[in-house]
Ligand binder design. Structure first.
Ligand SMILES: CC(=O)SCCNC(=O)CCNC(=O)[C@H](O)C(C)(C)COP(=O)(O)OP(=O)(O)OC[C@H]1O[C@@H](n2cnc3c(N)ncnc32)[C@H](O)[C@@H]1OP(=O)(O)O
Ligand SMILES: N[C@@H](CCO)C(=O)O
Length: 557
């Protein structure tokens, strides 16, 4: 540890005791070390590495053991209070903005992965939250062969940011996000099953999303894109299944947001799904996970380059995206993993502490942000993460969704009772959503909902309105049981103990709720892995074995 070296080794670069006039030059002090009273040696520049944070602007002159500004006689002197502290990580962001300003082809116009197929739905698609799409496209990829009876298909749902490229294939040999899980003899055995994976509606890898061109304006939708629900995403996928002439799936499989989609598929189309797999998902988003996604969105939206979503001809909000992904990564992995992997290690223990990424965990997060910030469309992040927040399989929530969707259709002239034209029929969709949900008028919803029951003195009630807000009440649990009751097929629920985003109690909640709703064929596993929420992307051995067992188990359907 550099600050334990004897001060005598540091001939320059120490901070005179208690000098406070130049706070921006104060060395970073490990306050727990209790050494504040000593002249604190800046473990600096001027010993082994004169330019202690090398950047393009400085050169080390080893002969003189000094650091010069490029092309000048100006020495960098950290003891000079006028010398500004350097922030290469900030310079890097600014430099990227400069470079992006000159880009002709803006990087957020992301296309689907090579070799993907396209399903185009040429009709109006009514979304749950009142808006609609005049048409949509889904990018998808497949592996294995559809059998003669067309009943061996598995619909694989993605998490938030994945493309349809779950597995390599001849048209795209780069590894997919579930590369090790799919293939002959693997967890999803392509000798037996025909696997379909789509980029979700709202995404940016070939499916219609905010970066797609709105045919009505010939410009990207941007934030004029309609608000989406997880149910909208699944409904669009079932239109693809219709197109592929697949009436019944062998299974619906997904993790994280993909697990939410899996549950929706089972509840919305109970006759069309034979088995379910839900990994590290939930039956309704918890305020904690909403909070995590809220801060990601706020950070992104506060990047001045976001421009309320209309950045497609400008510099994208890459700095906000980078930070949003760093925050997300904190919820995707786990403290115990990082303790083992990075400990308290700094990248250059011999160098002075800096505010730019310094500890291994900092450079790790920085790298995750870097990898993502120009890879994914920022508006897709907003829409898809919001759809996750809105996810709630409680009966009253489904009832509201169905009612709101109907209002959306009526507002666009799709009145009940009137004879629908073919476009209106298409908007309503070929299948009634949620056969188990009785349609009610939206104005009846509020009287109806247990969440608006007035219960003074109840600690779980909203103090202002008296409405029941807690999720752990009998009413709320009954509401969830009723919402998930349509799922009576064999279901595998898998959780990971180190997951802080979708903790195991939420996995237990799914399994218990299904069982209480009468489903006798629920299998529940809890995995003691270290990788947190993203374990489903990493642990092909354990997650894969559970999935394989469930998919290949011969059950009476
Ligand atoms: C269903 C779906 O949702 S799929 C979406 C899946 N894809 C993603 O989530 C994309 C982001 N990727 C990831 O989060 C991860 O790579 C995973 C989860 C896929 C795999 O996890 P791991 O194998 O543990 O990879 P890890 O988290 O270490 O990331 C590797 C990267 O971090 C870098 N890295 C690791 N440690 C450090 C560190 N201390 N400092 C700096 N960089 C580091 C590696 O160099 C590598 O970067 P590179 O690929 O640019 O060279
Ligand atoms: N890390 C994964 C899981 C998040 O749900 C993703 O980005 O999609």
């Amino acid at each position: 540890m550099s600050f334990l070296k004897p001060a005598s080794r540091f001939t320059k670069g120490y901070l005179p005791q208690w000098r406070t006039s130049a706070t921006s030059r104060l060395p970073v002090v490990n306050s727990s070390h209790g050494r504040h009273a000593h002249p604190f040696p800046c473990t600096t520049p001027f010993t082994a590495t004169p330019c202690f944070v090398p950047t393009a602007q400085y050169t080390t002159n080893r002969k003189e053991n000094a650091c010069y500004q490029h092309g000048t006689e100006q020495k960098f002197d950290s003891t000079d209070p006028k010398t500004p502290r350097r922030f290469p990580c900030v310079d890097h962001i600014e430099e990227r903005s400069r470079q992006l300003a000159t880009h002709q082809d803006t990087p957020h116009r992301i296309r689907g992965p090579p070799g993907h197929q396209v399903f185009h739905y040429p009709h109006r698609f009514q979304c749950d939250y009142k808006g609609y799409l005049p048409e949509f496209t889904l990018a998808y990829e497949t592996w294995g062969q559809l059998n003669a009876t067309r009943d061996n298909a598995i619909l694989l749902h993605t998490g938030l940011s994945a493309s349809s490229h779950a597995k390599s294939h001849p048209a795209n040999e780069s590894p997919g996000w579930w590369e090790k899980f799919i293939g002959p003899g693997r967890a999803i055995d392509t000798n037996q099953f025909f696997v379909i994976c789509t980029n979700v509606l709202g995404g940016c890898y070939g499916s219609t999303g905010p970066s797609s061109i709105d045919p009505r304006t010939d410009k990207p939708y941007a934030t004029a894109f309609p608000m989406l629900s997880i149910h909208d995403m699944v409904r669009a996928q079932f239109y693809l299944l219709d197109h592929l002439n697949i009436t019944k799936l062998h299974a619906s499989v997904g993790a994280s947001m993909g697990g939410m989609q899996s549950l929706v598929a089972g509840a919305m189309y109970p006759q069309r799904v034979a088995r379910l797999v839900s990994i590290s998902a939930c039956a309704r988003s918890h305020p904690y996970s909403i909070a995590m996604r809220h801060v990601q969105r706020q950070v992104l939206m506060s990047d001045p380059h976001w421009r309320k979503g209309y950045y497609y001809d400008h510099i994208p909000p890459h700095a906000g995206m980078k930070l949003a992904r760093e925050i997300a990564t904190i919820s995707y992995r786990s403290g115990p993993e990082w303790e083992r992997r990075f400990g308290r290690q700094r990248v250059k223990p011999e160098s002075a502490p800096e505010f730019c990424p310094d500890f291994l965990i900092e450079t790790y997060l920085d790298r995750q942000g870097e990898r993502f910030c120009l890879e994914y469309d920022p508006n897709s992040l907003l829409y898809i993460s919001k759809a996750m927040d809105l996810f709630d399989m409680s009966y009253t929530a489904l009832e509201e969704l169905v009612a709101h969707r109907d209002i959306g259709m009526e507002q666009k002239g799709h009145s009940h009772g009137a004879v629908e034209n073919s476009d209106e029929k298409s908007a309503r969709g070929p299948h009634p959503p949620y056969p188990h949900v009785v349609r009610v008028n939206a104005d009846r919803i509020s009287q109806h909902s247990p969440r608006s029951t007035s219960t003074p003195f109840n600690p779980t009630a909203n103090p202002t309105t008296g409405a029941m807000v807690g999720l752990d009440t009998m009413e709320s649990r009954r509401d969830l049981i009723k919402g998930l009751q349509a799922i009576q097929i064999p279901t595998l629920v898998l959780g990971v103990k180190s997951d802080i985003l979708f903790p195991v109690w939420q996995q237990q909640e799914i399994a218990q709720t299904l069982r209480r709703g009468g489903n006798q064929r629920v299998t529940y596993y809890e995995l003691d892995a270290l990788y947190g929420h993203d374990t489903f992307l990493i642990d092909a051995v354990n997650i894969g074995a559970a999935v394989k067992g469930h998919l290949e188990n011969v059950v009476e359907l």
